[in-house]
Design a protein around this ligand. Structure first.
Ligand SMILES: Cc1ncc(COP(=O)(O)O)c(C=O)c1O
Length: 504
């Protein structure tokens, strides 16, 4: 791959273009002899049902990598031009298109960091793809706890102080890796986190999967690249609206000397198929144009509609919403209003009960729900007002059906016990000899799998950590109270997968 560098904010005129999408359309228009994969041949070879569902236009642009005039031929190719425009739109030094989601971005980030050292400081409630990246890269993590909101039962972001302590305790760290915004819309003080990381001579990697839109409206919290992050994972499909599974990885302008750009490039190649989907790539090019050219206007409309919806939800007895009032709590620097998170503690039902009820009432399908909070996600260019109104109406009906909780906003939950000692790296535990043992005999053994109880979703156990009786009891108790555990091979935790330790 050739270098694709860009100055911050490519000029507006260039952002009107979609070179890669145009090249795909041109290829389809020419009706070329398709003596290459895929075998559906742009439509004629496809199953009739698929052809009917997707249409010939979509299939005709589903072409392989290394197609002349698309991503091969005179440079910069349309594909390279599209990545440059993306870098310009987000203010990155370089952008890579990911066809395997932000998950691929996390995998690539860990592999790139592993060129620079053997250890890394990681936010404890990072996405599972970050933990997978530790397995792939072999990096030894020092975990940092996010701030826990005991009242809402959710985890927020990392504070700069917590990061500074972890970096001081990990002098060999190759980087610091944090998440912002969270699922619930809490945004970290990325500028301070970057300053701390840089003071320790390491890059700041921000998993901004949920914040790709924040670069396009001045009323939104500052996005990670603008705040000084060095490598940013951006799940473009989530809110900006490219096709599902498409995402981007951005290198910051200040990253030179902190991150090896060639190592990132190779890690991207290693984690992607040799047949990346042209449709996903085309959708990234188009979503970038929409964000750069129309994002401000679309976001202004969505922000206003959601402010109105929040007011209406707060007016429903028993319900509240998360909003900018959250900013200033520990671990919350700012709030991203593109999430509509509803606090349901005042009604006589949990989020787990309300989500199916909303589906039944008006086919309302939420992004996420937990004990205390329901989360609806809004996109940059959607019909936000009608969708929000539908949610508000369904919530009103649901609350009328279940009634109010006579105790008012119910009690906060117990904080999880401290995680166990890291006896081996996640990679060693994942690849080591394993066995499944009864949960009551698992204390003292090294976990080969993750256990993350919801609420609040902070992993209690990660591969390589020694299981403690206290943690196992906590997980069991959360399950008994109606919570859930993710990552476990036995979701009822009757058994746990552990490492077989050699008795040397
Ligand atoms: C914080 C975070 N990072 C990464 C990902 C992975 O994103 P993708 O689904 O695009 O692979 C997610 C997915 O929800 C996420 O929440």
């Amino acid at each position: 791959m050739t270098r694709e560098q860009s100055s911050p904010r490519e000029d507006g005129a260039a952002q009107q273009h979609t070179p890669y999408l145009d090249a795909l359309r041109e290829y389809a228009r020419r009706r070329p002899a398709r003596l290459h994969v895929p075998g559906h041949k742009g439509g004629p070879g496809a199953d009739a049902g698929l052809l009917d569902a997707l249409g010939e236009r979509a299939l005709s642009m589903d072409i392989p990598a290394l197609t002349y005039g698309v991503d091969l031929g005179d440079e910069p190719t349309p594909f390279e031009q599209a990545q440059r425009l993306a870098a310009g739109a987000w203010g990155a030094r370089r952008a890579w298109f990911m066809m395997n989601g932000a998950s691929q971005g996390n995998l690539a980030a860990g592999l790139a960091l592993a060129h620079q050292g053997e250890e890394v400081v990681v936010q404890r409630n990072a996405h599972s793809s970050t933990v997978d990246s530790l397995v792939l890269s072999g990096l030894r993590p020092t975990f940092v706890a996010p701030e826990l909101d005991r009242e809402l039962g959710i985890a927020h972001c990392l504070t700069a102080d917590a990061l500074a302590r972890a970096l001081a305790a990990t002098p060999g760290a190759a980087g610091a890796w944090v998440v912002s915004p969270t699922y619930f819309g809490a945004v970290a003080d990325v500028a301070s986190l970057a300053a701390v990381a840089h003071a320790h001579g390491v890059p700041l990697i921000v998993d901004e999967a949920w914040g790709a839109h924040m670069a396009f409206h001045e009323d939104l919290p500052t996005h990670a690249l603008a705040a000084g992050a060095d490598l940013v994972i951006s799940s473009t499909h989530k809110i900006v609206g490219s096709l599902t599974q498409s995402a981007m990885l951005h290198l910051g302008h200040g990253a030179t000397g902190l991150i090896d750009e060639d190592a990132v490039d190779r890690a991207v190649t290693l984690t992607e198929s040799t047949s990346p989907s042209a449709l996903l790539g085309g959708s990234l090019d188009a979503a970038r144009r929409q964000a750069a050219v129309h994002g401000r206007e679309l976001l202004a409309r969505t922000i206003a509609s959601l402010a109105h919806a929040r007011e209406q939800i707060r007016a429903i007895d028993g319900l509240d919403v998360l909003d900018e009032r959250l900013a200033g709590r520990p671990g919350v620097f700012a709030y991203d209003p593109l999430r509509l998170a509803v606090d349901v503690r005042g009604v006589r039902a949990s989020g787990y009960d309300l989500a199916p009820l909303l589906r039944e009432i008006d086919d309302i399908n939420l992004e996420l729900y937990g004990q205390n909070v329901l989360v609806a996600v809004f996109g940059m260019g959607e019909r936000s007002l009608p969708e929000a109104t539908r949610l508000v109406d369904a919530l009103r009906t649901a609350v009328a059906r279940v009634g109010l909780d006579p105790r008012g906003a119910h009690a906060s939950f117990a904080a999880p016990p401290p995680w166990g000692e890291l006896a081996m790296t996640p990679r060693e535990a994942y690849l080591g000899a394993q066995e499944v043992v009864a949960a009551e005999r698992a204390a003292g053994r090294i976990a080969a799998e993750s256990l993350a109880t919801y609420p609040p979703g902070i992993p209690n156990v990660l591969p390589g950590e020694r299981l403690t009786a206290e943690t196992l009891a906590y997980v069991q108790q959360t399950l008994e109270l109606g919570g859930s555990v993710r990552g476990a091979s036995d979701r009822l935790l009757r058994t746990v997968r552990v490492v077989i330790e050699s008795r040397a």
